[in-house]
Design a protein around this ligand. Structure first.
Ligand code: F0G
Length: 351
């Protein structure tokens, strides 16, 4: 029997590795591409969800991290560092364990989801909560990696983008061609950069007949790419994308313009509506930031920007279990019953 080998072995010839690169993997990638029935009906399109929460640490970050940690190990690094809104740190911590390395993570104090903090802790990362936002954490991580013996594994490390581009390969391999439109949440803008690179590479090599239009969505309170200027004090309930000065700014704008796409914003309310729709209508539980892609698609459809009949892929970037507060908040409390079938049946509305 065969299992998926992880993105480095599956796409080795398209990644900057050699026969001597130690492959540090948790068999990431190979994630489900799930047809989205309700979203398809609402838009008149063929909508698929690329469910990246199915990766080993529960987010798309694992694709980049298998590359970053493998290359860091190849170069002899003994410690890695990252700034994170939570998912990168969870991934770095897990892959550092596999590599026998020390991981250090810098997170904005009070602004990362509990599940992600738990992951970094249980994997034994050295965690510093920084009195600042993600952008401050990234500045600090850069300064530390410039001046101390520790390798930076944020997406400013180019091999991270290389790893993450494999998600686009998987989609084309599955669908037989690129979709018409690809929709993503955008924070630090590494992922939109990576997908665009992947799609372009496949098209250039004749493995896809076309490239998609790239549609990116930021949270309204953290939408520097939409505003065209740095947001000093970013805010949103979608903590994963609470970023005011994206590192891959220019690449994201290039992805937008070269593909004929756009980058827009969605409100927290729209994000939460999409979050609940995904869970209650499609059976896919994602974290709030991930729902920004779907919120954006629904907004665009309401604005008449979505011509029917197109094939659309929305990436949902992280698992809902990382940040379950929003699932519980506002939901009715479950009632308590005795061990009694008649009462249970009555409460369930069966009798
Ligand atoms: N969705 C989730 C769940 C994320 O964790 C992130 C980024 C994004 C979307 C945005 O992706 O930054 O490539 O544009 N999380 C980073 C982190 C910042 O530290 O985990 P991007």
């Amino acid at each position: 029997t065969h299992q998926w080998r992880g993105i480095i072995e599956e796409y080795r010839d398209r990644l900057p590795v050699t026969d001597t690169t130690p492959v540090v993997t948790l068999r990431e990638g190979g994630t489900p591409l799930v047809p989205a029935q309700v979203l398809s009906e609402r838009t008149g399109c063929e909508v698929h969800l690329k469910v990246e929460g199915a990766n080993p640490t529960g987010s798309f970050k694992d694709r980049g991290m298998t590359m970053a940690i493998s290359k860091a190990k190849e170069e002899g690094a003994q410690a890695v560092i990252c700034a994170s809104t939570g998912n990168t740190s969870a991934s770095a911590a897990a892959y550092a364990v596999r590599a026998g390395m020390v991981s250090a993570v810098l997170v904005p104090q009070g602004k990362i989801a509990l599940g992600k903090m738990g992951q970094a802790l249980v994997h034994g990362a050295k965690i510093l909560q920084v009195d600042g936002n993600f952008d401050d954490c990234l500045d600090l991580a850069r300064a530390l990696s410039d001046n101390y013996p520790v390798a930076l594994v944020n997406s400013v490390n180019p091999v991270r983008i290389e790893g993450q581009k494999t998600a686009a390969f998987e989609i084309v391999d599955m669908l037989g061609d690129a979709p018409d439109i690809h929709v993503l949440p955008v924070g630090n803008a590494g992922n939109i950069t990576a997908y665009w690179r992947g799609y372009k590479e496949y098209a250039a090599d004749g493995l896809a007949a076309r490239t998609p239009r790239m549609w990116g969505f930021q949270a309204s309170g953290s939408a520097p790419l939409v505003r065209g200027e740095v947001v000093k004090d970013p805010s949103t309930i979608a903590t994963a994308i609470r970023i005011g000065n994206p590192a891959s700014w220019d690449y994201a704008i290039a992805a937008r313009d070269e593909s004929g796409g756009f980058i827009d914003e969605v409100t927290d309310r729209e994000i939460l509506r999409a979050y609940r729709l995904l869970a209650s209508q499609e059976g896919v539980f994602v974290e709030p930031a991930s729902a920004a892609s779907v919120a954006g698609l629904l907004k665009a459809a309401e604005q008449g920007k979505v011509d029917p009949g197109q094939r659309i892929v929305c990436t949902v970037t992280g698992n809902g279990l990382k940040d379950p507060d929003w699932a519980v908040a506002g939901a009715p409390q479950p009632v308590t019953v005795p061990v009694d079938a008649a009462t249970a049946a009555e409460r369930l509305g069966l009798a």
